[in-house]
Design a protein around this ligand. Structure first.
Ligand SMILES: NC(=O)c1ccc[n+]([C@@H]2O[C@H](COP(=O)([O-])OP(=O)(O)OC[C@H]3O[C@@H](n4cnc5c(N)ncnc54)[C@H](OP(=O)(O)O)[C@@H]3O)[C@@H](O)[C@H]2O)c1
Length: 442
């Protein structure tokens, strides 16, 4: 028997995640009430139109989502409309009206999170966003709670299912990027405009959020380095395979002595690593804590009910925390950039400062001395070659040269690539894919 008053929930947006959240709250109401110690009741839904996937009989529906933010009966506003502008206004208005907020909106949190958390801290309300990163995988909870005793050394993840679906099929079927992208669009895994997914922007939003929680730094999406997968060819995938690697689109954040690395780019991973074996639309994040060592979180990174699972988990947290004191409710302190000793948190490093190994592929004219000229440019930048593949060709023809280097600084590699591309022997641009064994970062 529950003794506390029900928590009254207002859902804004009844699309994929909104309908999933509504249905999970209805279907699992008893289970959820038992866990929260009080019922969670959908008091109102703000949606421009009904969704045939939801039985809305007896539900108070408004076509204006701002009515939900103003409804005095509502305790928690669940923002599931997506985007930046209306969502930001809606969340700020809900906070201003003293409501707790749950959102799945990574773009909103990554770009406007600092402002939103500050407003929430001033009002003493909770803003929860588990579903914003890796859909149904409770990775934010894991970082905050399960790994709470650790100093996080690095984290790396496949945090965009669309990109992983494309790379998986390019790799398994030897197909081209455009071909697999078209299939992903037909299957509903990719948007008509796939830029956010394939160019790494969506992953950078999620990485920004994870890094902020892991290292206690403010959200700094604008400092994240973002490189997409549209330039990866099936030849790169095949050559990487020959060298014992799989190409994955990773979000990587690492704490070094100099600062915080924050980067999303295609990455060669040794085939035997678990992350290299995450296929299709699935997501996975590996986190290295100083006490626990490496831990891996795997599951559905998107979809109506997997994402709803995370939204409802946040609602449960809100229901439990509503009874606690204000200042412990918001993540604002964790994002303030100041640690407990009052010192400034480490800075996000410019991409030129990162240190990693590289896969390079270039097209060179097959004539005497070419390899020596290539090797000399690399050596002048202090870059040593770990492995080299040169295919047979007739003298004077273009031949691909594939190299794996030892770890070096990105700025040295930028300069080496600039010089290589200026060589008369080299045709077109040099393909560069960073290589991560992950263990090296510790
Ligand atoms: N889909 C996933 O698997 C997933 C996973 C993790 C996180 N998320 C995040 O969850 C959020 C929602 O995504 P979704 O996939 O559910 O999107 P969606 O299917 O497009 O649903 C968004 C809904 O919001 C409605 N909406 C937009 N602006 C509105 C407004 N001003 N007033 C009222 N309704 C409005 C849309 O209505 P109309 O239909 O009338 O346009 C639509 O029904 C996004 O922030 C997304 O990044 C999604």
């Amino acid at each position: 028997m529950t003794t506390l008053e029900p928590v009254k929930v207002g859902i804004c947006g009844l699309g994929t995640v909104g309908s999933g959240t509504f249905n999970v709250l209805m279907r699992n109401a008893d289970e959820i009430a038992r866990r929260a110690g009080r019922p969670l009741v959908v008091e109102q839904v703000g949606a421009r139109r009904d969704n045939p996937d939801c039985d809305l009989t007896g539900i108070n529906i408004t076509r204006d989502v701002f009515e939900v933010a103003r409804n005095p009966e509502i305790d928690v506003v669940v923002e599931l409309i997506g985007g930046y502008d209306v969502a930001r206004q809606l969340v700020l208005e809900a906070i201003d009206n003293g409501k707790h907020v749950v959102t799945a909106n990574k773009a909103l949190i990554a770009v406007h999170g600092n402002e939103i958390f500050q407003a929430a801290a001033e009002k003493g309300v909770i803003v929860a966003f588990e579903a914003a990163v890796a859909g149904g995988i409770p990775v934010i909870k894991s970082l905050r709670e399960g790994l709470g005793g650790n100093k996080i050394q690095w984290l790396a993840g496949i945090i965009n299912g669309t990109g992983n679906f494309i790379l998986t099929h390019m790799s398994e079927d030897g197909r081209d990027f455009d071909d697999v992208l078209a299939e992903a669009q037909a299957l509903g895994y990719a948007e008509a405009d796939p830029t956010f997914d394939v160019e790494g922007i969506d992953a950078a939003h999620k990485l920004t959020i994870l890094a902020s929680i892991a290292y206690g730094v403010p959200l700094q999406f604008e400092k994240a380095y973002t490189e997409g997968i549209s330039q990866i060819t099936s030849e790169d995938i095949e050559q990487a395979d020959n060298l014992g690697y799989t190409i994955k689109h990773l979000g990587i954040s690492c704490r070094t002595e100099e600062g915080i690395e924050l980067r999303v780019h295609p990455t060669l991973l040794p085939k035997q690593r678990l992350l290299a074996n995450v296929h299709g639309v699935k997501n996975a994040i590996e986190i290295m804590g100083d006490a626990v060592g490496p831990t891996l979180y795997y599951g559905a990174g998107a979809g109506a009910e997997p994402t709803a699972s995370a939204v409802v988990a946040d609602l449960l947290d809100v229901a439990r925390d509503m009874a606690t004191e204000h200042k412990y409710r918001t993540p604002y302190l964790a994002f303030s950039g100041i640690n407990e000793q009052g010192e400034a948190a480490p800075q996000v490093l410019p991409m030129e400062n990162i240190v990693t190994a590289y896969y390079l592929r270039l097209q060179a004219v097959d004539r005497p001395g070419v390899l020596a000229r290539v090797a000399s440019i690399l050596s002048e930048q202090g870059i040593s070659i770990e492995a080299l593949i040169q295919k047979e060709a007739t003298e004077g023809e273009l031949v691909p040269i594939i190299m794996m280097t030892h770890r070096t600084r990105e700025s040295s590699m930028n300069e080496a690539i600039r010089q290589l591309e200026a060589l008369a022997d080299v045709a077109g641009s040099v393909t560069r894919i960073r290589v991560e064994n992950l263990d090296d970062n510790a």
